[in-house]
Design a protein. Sequence first.
Length: 622
Amino acid sequence: MCGIFGRVSTKDVVPSVVAGLRQLDYRGYDSVGVAFLRPEGMYLLRNVGPAVDLERRLQLKGFPTSTCGIGHTRWATHGGVSERNAHPHLSSNERVAVVHNGTIENYQRLRTELIALGHVFRSDTDTEVIPNLVQRALEHGAASLEDAVAEATSHIHGAYAVAVISIDHPNVIVAARNSSPLVAGMCTDGGVLLASDEAAIADLAGSILRLGDNEIITLRIQDGLTIRGQDKRATLARLQQPSVRAEDVALGDFETRMAQEIFTQPLSLAATIRSRVNPKDHSVRLGGIERVLQRVSDCRGITIVACGTSYYAALAGARLIESLARMPVHVKEASEFAYSDPILGYQDVVIGVSQSGETMDVIKALELAKVRGALVLGITNTNASAIARMVSAGVYLRVGPEFAVASTKAFSGQVTVFAMLAALLAEAGKRGVPTKTWSLIDDISRIPELVDETLLTHETVTRIARTYAHCKRMLFLGKGYGLPLALEGALKVTEIAYIDATAYGAGQLKHGPIALIEPGVPVVVIVPNDATLRTKVLSSVHEVYSRGGSVIAVASDAVMAGEDGQTITDTSAEVIVVPYVKDELAPVVYAPVVQMLALGLAEALGRNVDQPRNLAKSVTVE
Ligand code: M6R
């Protein structure tokens, strides 16, 4: 995914466009660029690297001033990472500049046609067809930039959000979207602006307008925002209070977004459960799905589709629903499900889980589920995101905006939502064991304090991270509810520390992965609290120990012993002692350990924690 920012004002917009791009950095940071309308013509500057590098170049060149400009942070899809492939892209006559998120599926054909008509292309991107189509429309009688953008977008197929400026139309930005998010806003200090996500305009917008699919919006100094085909009053009626506040996006005293998001989990999870869980009467309320609760409870089966971290949260969620509500649940990788032939119908429920609510693989999977007639629900963190809009009902995580590429608080929020959903379905369907459900509800209400306690292991975890930072591989083992957390831990370590980390079910070790164990290989083991499972996991610990592997045990009791009487301390190189919680909530309560471990490893190795190589926060292409 990429980031778009644009602003028109009577005052200079250059500093706020650059600040907006810094805020959008997490959406893509391989290259960045700006285009400003200046009296002498179009000012264009593009750079490989994050927004802060572009800012430095602007400083060296002497900041221009402008009252209208657009900018873009890129995560490369079509065309490699280079200055000429960075956005904005210009039309052949260099009078139109465009920034674009998404993919133009028919760009090859359009490009060939435009080249035949004499247009010159300077990049390898799909985007470049857009400024050329706009140029062509303007040359062929389009009465306004808005008409030209309408004409241009009528030719393109695919998902897009675009913002367009032209030196022949001063102080106007025209933007359009289909599938990719775009939000416009009225600034508290005058002028209008737009961005690909609300967080980027949180400190500037007094009110916001979320653009719908196939809508075109014009931003002008004189008359603010106008949606094509709607009168001014209708446009103004759609203005809303922003849902993201400036304090939600502030970094505070933390050095990285990831650290902030890990260490504020007690607060974010308190928001997830607030007014939803009542331990006094053992009740759970999820307003977003009340309307469809009975249909969910009566369904034939639930399928959960998700990617990455959300997929691992879904694995824990499936186990929770099956165990508490005794309903069949399958979890599918969204990218596989979208192109499978699932047995689905009206009696089925499909839940899409996505922090961003923008992941294209999940969107495609949910589209298929809808076509097959299933009831489609969403669990997402982002208000009015594409997934939130396309589902019949859903639950928001409420953990606040997540910026670090490595997802942390969203994972704990997702599992917490699944725990609440499991309890709700158990009660609604009068299934499961009531006392088990009530006890889970009590424990859910204690999640913030338990997570707080887990965070106290920070120093130990950081010390361990420093000790093992130079290992060439790392293994994670889990069983039952510990397995999704082991998988999540391995993903975190892989993506931000670039250490080859893999997770296995503890019982799977002896069926192959044990070949990887040699002296010194660190093996992180999530030790269950359930006595039966614990015995099994401790025997895997012993298998690792006796082959010289260095066990890093995550356990609620350092003296727990296996069948042979040896304690976990006897067989482990390290024990991270975490608070006791029933295994059902271990993925939430123990999540900070694997998150802090990944963070500690990445920091010890000098990695860019918030901007790991090759990644972007969410993946809006298939
Ligand atoms: O926004 P989503 O939850 O749909 O994103 C899914 C994955 O792309 C995401 O979890 C990814 O794996 C993270 N970088 C993991 O930390």
